[in-house]
Design a protein around this ligand. Structure first.
Ligand SMILES: *Cc1c(COP(=O)(O)O)cnc(C)c1O
Length: 354
């Protein structure tokens, strides 16, 4: 008899049966960070899984992984337009525009005043430049930050329908949607395969930035379903952690239910550290900037001031204070975001010769 391969768990079979587009190069790379590890005293081993390098579509990032599922659904429903919302420097709306474009669909993105600052070229460079370059229909308004559903998209919806098109609504961050948690549930399946085939150590701690919540929620579902005791630590960058945590819990439980009715997400699995958001969405604090500099100046790992710099700050502090225990093997889940960096140049000097 041939060797028996273990049966695929029910949640993985269900996950594999849900249609998705193919927007990624393949599994995102995993990189060792030896100089950052050394700078933090060699107490834990630090790696990064580079979802910022996962796709050829307009610099990729976490939204592209989620959108593989949502765009497949949009196409199945014969949509002509993807409609979504974000801040002026939203990575998400850039990814919606990219995945729409690469699928032969149109994108309408409502871009709101989620961050109350106006540095030079804020509404002309970085992500918004890329959306315009791809031919996206970018619409600016003055609404403030909120991770919930936004009314301005309804107007775009009505307008597209009136013109005979079929719009498909994608909520902020592609999160609060029945398929929003699937991309990052699959991330854990992908990670476990990479650990095996690449002979990597078992990552006992996954660290991730959390705002609209479905990246974090998907990782929680993946880790709980897998049942190997991986910890998932979310670092809030929304500045409104109660709302983010509630949304993470809701998306995790809806995603679990969709994949396997027997899969229960316990409260203890939902961990969101609230100390590193620097008080507000979209604006870095001194700790954010220091963390960005340390990652850049050790392993040339580039993070952004809105999201990944805050989760980097969190990871560094959790290692220093021992919340991430010595001996751990940590995976920093890099979700992208570098295109926004240019809009934040004023935080990094370079004024000397003026
Ligand atoms: C959107 C985003 C996040 C937050 O992910 P959510 O799934 O919205 O919680 C983190 N980092 C980057 C770079 C992002 O674009």
């Amino acid at each position: 008899m041939p060797c028996a391969t273990p049966p695929t768990p029910a949640y993985q079979e269900k996950l594999a049966s849900i249609p998705k587009e193919s927007f990624l190069f393949g599994p995102s790379p995993i990189q060792c960070l030896p100089r950052l590890t050394a700078a933090l005293g060699d107490k834990v081993r630090i790696y990064a899984k580079r979802d910022d390098c996962s796709s050829g579509l307009a610099y990729g990032g976490n939204k592209v992984r989620k959108l593989e599922y949502l765009v497949a659904d949009a196409k199945a429903k014969h949509a002509t337009h993807l409609v979504s919302v974000g801040g002026v420097q939203s990575n998400h709306t850039r990814a919606v525009t990219a995945t729409a474009t690469a699928s032969g669909l149109n994108a309408v993105t409502v871009q709101e005043k989620w961050v109350p600052i106006d540095p030079p070229l804020y509404d002309q460079t970085g992500n918004i430049l890329l959306s315009r370059l791809m031919g996206g229909d970018v619409r600016l308004n003055n609404e403030p930050f909120h991770i919930g559903h936004k009314t301005a998209t309804q107007e775009a919806f009505a307008e597209i329908e009136k013109a005979g098109g079929k719009p498909y609504y994608i909520p902020a961050g592609a999160s609060d949607h029945e398929l929003g948690g699937l991309g990052f549930t699959n991330f854990v399946v992908e990670l476990a395969e990479q650990e095996q085939t690449l002979k990597l150590p078992f990552f006992d701690t996954l660290l991730v930035c959390s705002v609209t919540g479905s990246s974090h929620a998907g990782l929680i579902v993946g880790a709980v379903a897998e049942g190997r005791g991986r910890k998932v630590i979310g670092i809030d960058a929304s500045g409104k952690p109660a709302e983010t945590k509630a949304q993470v819990a809701r998306i995790a439980r809806n995603t679990a239910r969709l994949l396997d009715v027997k899969l229960v997400i316990p409260d203890e699995a939902i961990v969101l550290d609230e100390r590193f958001h620097a008080g507000i969405y979209g604006i870095p604090g001194p700790g954010t900037i220091e963390a960005m500099k340390l990652a850049a100046r050790t392993d040339a790992l580039i993070t952004d001031p809105v999201y990944e710099g805050k989760s980097m700050d969190g990871m560094i502090q959790l290692i220093k204070e021992g919340t991430i225990k010595p001996g751990s093997t940590v995976l920093y889940v890099h979700l992208g975001g570098q295109p926004a960096l240019n809009a934040y140049s004023s935080y990094f000097g370079g004024e000397e010769l003026k």
